[in-house]
Each structure stands twice: as C-alpha cells, then as structure tokens.
Write a protein that binds this ligand. Structure first.
Ligand code: ADP
Ligand code: MG
Length: 608
C-alpha cells in the first residue's frame, strides 16, 4: 500500500484540480443526503396536518389542501438537490479523470526515457514483452486507480460519513446500533485485501508472460514457419494463455467472495432499523418521518457497503500496477553519465580520432573468464586499423566498450588523451560511431534509415555515403528510390543490403572515429573489396576501426591487431604479420585454402 504514495509527485502539479474534484464529490454527497431530510419534513408535515385537522380524516378536503401546501417546498427542494448533485458530480468526474490521464501520460514518458538509458543487464532482467506489458497494462492500472479508485473511494467515504452524520443528528441511539456491523466489514476486507494484492500481482505477471511470448514468437515467425513449429507454438501459447485465464479466475473468485459478504452485512443493518426503529417509533422516541428518513439513509449507505469489495480490489490492483512500474523506474542504468551529472559540465572540442587503450579488462557477469584481458594499443588520427580474430575472441566486446554500451572492469580507453567516461555520453556517441554486427533497420524509408540521426541531412550527403557503401544500385533498383519504405526490421532487404544500409548510416555521420563490427560478413568479397578500397578516400583524416574474422577484409588496413581468447597476440601491417609467420599467417593460409576450395567449387558448378 505504501507504494501508492509514490504516485504523489504525479498528482502534485494537479493538486488544485484534484482537491476541487474531491470537494465537488463531497458537495454532491451532501446534496444527496439532504433529500431524505426533505422526505422526513414532508411526512412529518402530513402527519402534523392530519393531527391538526379536527375530523382526523387524512382524506378530507381540508387536510389534502394543507398537505399540498406544506409539500410544495420539500418537493422543490428535492428537485433542486438532484440537479445540483448531478452538475457537481459531472464536473468533479471530469476533473479527476483528467488527472489520471495526465499522470499516466507523465509516467509513460518517464518510463520510455528511462528505458532508453538502460544497458544489457536491464534488458536481461526485463524482456521486451514484459516491459511492454508494464508500460501499457500496469500504467493503465495506475490511471484507473488515480481516476477511478480515488473517486470511488471518496464517494464511498463521503456517502458513509455524510449519511451517518445525518443519521446521528436524527437519532444517535438508532445510528449507533446501525453501525454495529462496521467492524466486521473492516476485518473481512482486510483479510481479503492481502489475497487480492497477491493474486492481482500474479495476473499482471501472467500478462507479461503472454506479451513476451507473443513478442518473441512474432519476431521469430520466419524461424517458426521454416521449422514447421506453428502447431507447437500455438499449443505452447495455449498453455500460457490458459494459465493467465486461471489466475484471472482466481482473482475474480476472491473478489466475488469478498463482495458476497457485503449484502449480508447490509441486510443485518436493515433488520436492525426495522426492529429497533419501529420500537422507537412506538415508544415515541422518534417520529415516523425520522423512521422513513433512516430507511432512505440506509439505502444511501448500502451502496458504499456493496461497493466496498470492488473498492478493495481496485486499491490492491492499483498498488500492484504501481509496484511493477516502479520496479522498472527504480532500476539505475548501469552506464552512468558522469560528465552530464556533474553540474560544471565541461565543454569538449571536436575530437581528432586519436585513440589509446590502456590495460583494458572486461568480464561478463555470468562468465568466470575475462572476455578481454590487458588490451593495450594506440591509433593515430586518420589511421585505419583492422581488428581480427576468430569468432568469440572478444572483438565485439572491445568495440562496445568504445561507445560505453558496457564499461570495463579495469583499464581505460582514451580519446585525444581523455578517458571516455569523462565525456558526456551524448557527446561521446556523437564522436564515435559504432556500426553493429547485426544491423537493425527501422520500418521507415531507406533515406530516413541512412539519415537516422538527422533526418534533415542533404540528399547529396546520403547519396555520397550510399555510394561509399556500394548501395547506389540497390537503391536505384527500387522504383521509389530513397523513399522506399522498409518493412519492420528491414525485412524487404537481403542480409548484405541491410549491412550496407547500416554501413551507409555510419558513414554519413563522418565522426572522428568510426567503428565497423564485422560489417561485411554478408557482403560478397568483390563488393567488400570495392567498399574498403573506397573507404580511405571517403574518410581521409578520420580514424576507422574495422573488425572482421576475414583476412581479406583486414589486409586493407594500415595496421592489424590480432585478438585471440581476449588477448592481443599480434600487431602490425599485413606484410609484416605474414612475414612473422605467426597466428595471422596461419589464419591467412587456412582462409586462403578454404577460399580457394570455394572458388574451385564455384567454377566447377559453373562448368556443370
Ligand atoms: P567476437 O565478436 O570476437 O565474436 P564477442 O566479443 O562477441 O566475440 O564475445 C567474446 C566472448 O564473450 C565469447 O566467449 C562470448 O561467448 C562472450 N560473450 C559475448 N557476449 C556475451 C554476453 N552478453 N554475456 C556473456 N558472455 C558474452
Ligand atoms: Mg562479434
């Protein structure tokens, strides 16, 4: 329950509207509670008129005339109360609803911003489907809580307080007896509320599982279909779905059980009034009008009693949703932006692309071995360096450290002599561009995918980088050219075309340091050759780090760094490394033989 207090900052800025809304609801309840008083007044007037009439005949023309005259005012007052109650209720509802909508809006924005800054551990803890469920479903529970539950609760509390207040003012004796069942209600609600919170949490988690399942399945739909797993997937989904439905049912049953208590308690109160009230009327302690008014107040009070069960459920669901949203919001990003957090945020000039790596170590949390161990090297501005190594040797890990997607365990990366965690993160990522191994394209136009960081780039710049990435022909083959809309994740492009689009996206930024992670793995050797030989002239004085597991890629670089099992084993030019007859020379020989064999097979196929 305490977790709900965390929503206060979101209503703070709307506190006036909120208080106004609540006061409105209180006002509406008072108007409502005035009605029985006028009923009482009417009845008592009639009774008075009857006893005043000598004939004692209630249907005599005189007594009817008196009754009519005395009834006009109560009747008009009742009409006025109904209208006032309606108007005030509508205004209050609108005010409170709006707060729910605004608060949910703020929380959604905050969640989205928060997720943008998260690192790998966060995404390992929360799956995409889970995050979507929390951002949509749980935020929606918060909205319902703020807009609906608070309103319902205040209506219930006000009705109860106002109703009981009037009851006490009419007859404290009768009122005291009527509230006897109240402690029982509280205990019952308290017992059930714990179960409801737990079950509601389970239901929300189940929704997360459903959402994760669907998200993963649809992302991998091609694999599912290629492996003929549709039936199995449907069966597995059925299981998750069934579980979700069952949890929902459990929650519903608990909720109904709680609600079922309420009419019993309400009936008890009715019996009390009927029995004790009629006794008081006969002894003359209360008038018949008061007795009737008590019944009207009971009718008013029965509604809150009946709704109390629903209210407890709503409170618990709101608390559960809030808890799940704040679990995400409380997750501190692993990568801290030290420079931006510093109030004296220093300004840095554009970097030159000079790189120094000093005693760099990295270890994944779930591994007992360093992925990178004591890495040291220097790069001068304008150099092109190839980092070569077998699959799993730590190349991608090294590159991720450069843009601080992860932070090293020990050691430093320096750009122009400054450790990179001294730069504001945004600045660093504007100076160093990393083109990832598995390119991600957005469901947008080809042109906007290339100019992703700045959609207002000159078309000539886009074409220039497309040329450098050997992408011109691909673009021109689409009738819509740069305006061609790619499917989600770029499904309309081949693997190589995707890689080259991602490469063009990296090239167009002309950052002092460009890092390419195995960008040519799905590009044929001839195109690769063409791109690499052009790269130097495009990025004249700018530094490029180029990662590959192919010697054919690495040979174009000024220098080559060979990684093996997370350590640098060799460093030098292509020629020097071949001559030293070490790891690189062996790799070259092995890949030459394999490449040659492939060439042989290809030419044999051509002959057939
Ligand atoms: P490369 O890019 O050279 O193929 P990586 O840098 O991707 O190699 O991986 C280096 C080592 O780190 C491998 O042993 C790999 O299994 C491990 N590794 C990579 N990513 C992760 C991760 N997210 N969690 C745990 N281990 C990882
Ligand atoms: Mg890799």
């Amino acid at each position: 329950m305490k977790v709900l207090l965390r929503l206060t900052p979101y209503i703070k800025q709307h506190i006036w509207a909120f208080s106004f809304g609540l006061f409105g609801l209180l006002g509406a309840r008072i108007f409502e509670a005035l009605i029985p008083l006028y009923v009482k007044m009417g009845i008592d007037n009639i009774m008075a008129a009857q006893s005043a009439n000598e004939t004692g005949d209630i249907l005599s023309p005189e007594s009817i005339a008196i009754a009519q005259a005395t009834l006009v005012y109560p009747a008009l007052a009742i009409c006025a109360c109904v209208v006032a109650q309606m108007v005030v209720t509508i205004i209050s509802r609108i005010l409170i609803r709006r707060i729910g909508i605004y608060a949910a809006f703020d929380i959604r924005n905050q969640l989205y911003g928060h997720m943008q800054r998260q690192g790998p551990a966060f995404f390992a803890k929360f799956s995409i489907g889970d995050l979507m469920a929390r951002a949509i479903n749980d935020v929606s529970l918060i909205r319902q809580f703020l807009a609906g539950t608070t309103r319902l609760t205040s209506v219930l509390v006000f009705t109860a307080v106002v109703g009981l207040g009037f009851m006490f003012s009419l007859s404290a004796q009768l009122a005291l007896i009527v509230i006897l069942p109240l402690p029982v209600i509280s205990v019952v609600a308290w017992i059930y509320s714990k179960h409801i919170y737990k079950q509601s949490h389970i239901v929300q988690e189940g929704f997360s599982r459903l959402s994760t399942f669907v998200q993963e399945n649809l992302n991998g739909i091609r694999t599912v279909q290629a492996m003929a797993q549709e039936q199995d997937e449907v069966r597995r989904f059925g299981m998750v779905n069934d579980e979700f439905a069952q949890h929902n049912q459990t929650l519903f049953i608990t909720n109904s059980a709680l609600s079922a208590w309420m009419p019993i308690l309400a009936a008890t109160a009715t019996l009390i009034i009927l029995g004790y009230g009629s006794h008081l009327v006969t002894t003359g302690e209360i008038t018949l009008g008061t007795f009737a008014a008590f019944f009207s107040y009971l009718a008013l009070l029965l509604w809150p009693v009946r709704e109390a069960g629903a209210m407890v459920t709503q409170w618990q669901r709101g608390a559960s949703g809030t808890q799940r949203v704040f679990e995400v919001l409380d997750y501190e990003p692993e990568i801290r932006d030290y420079a931006s957090e510093d109030s004296a945020n220093p300004e840095f000039p554009e970097l030159t692309g000079k790189v120094s790596v000093r005693h760099l170590y990295y270890q994944y949390v779930d591994k007992n071995k360093y992925a990178l161990e004591d890495i040291n090297f220097d790069v001068e501005p304008g150099e092109t360096i190839a980092i070569l190594g077998r699959v799993g040797s730590g190349k991608s890990t090294l590159l991720r450290l450069f843009v601080r997607l992860i932070d090293p365990v020990k050691g430093d990366i320096l750009l122009d002599g400054h450790p990179i965690n001294g730069f504001p993160l945004d600045f660093l990522r504007h100076q160093v561009c990393l083109v990832l191994q598995d390119p991600f394209l957005f469901a947008d136009s080809l042109g906007d995918n290339i100019a992703y960081d700045r959609p207002d780039r000159d078309v000539s710049d886009i074409w220039e980088s497309a040329d450098a990435a050997a992408l011109r022909e691909t673009i021109e083959n689409f009738p819509e050219g740069l305006q061609t809309i790619l499917g989600e994740r770029g499904v309309t492009l081949s693997g190589g075309q995707k890689q080259r689009t991602a490469l063009a996206r990296g090239l167009v930024r002309m950052t002092p340091l460009l890092i390419l992670d195995d960008c040519f793995s799905a590009v044929d050797t001839e195109t690769e050759e063409h791109i690499l030989s052009g790269l130097k002239s495009v990025r004249q004085n700018l530094t490029t780090l180029l990662v590959s597991h192919r010697v054919s890629t690495a040979r174009h670089a000024d220098r080559i760094i060979v990684l093996d099992e997370g350590k640098i084993v060799e460093m030098g030019s292509h020629q020097a490394l071949l001559e030293s007859n070490g790891f690189y020379a062996d790799l070259e020989k092995a890949q030459r033989v394999k490449g040659g064999m492939l060439d042989q097979i290809e030419s044999d196929e051509a002959k057939i």
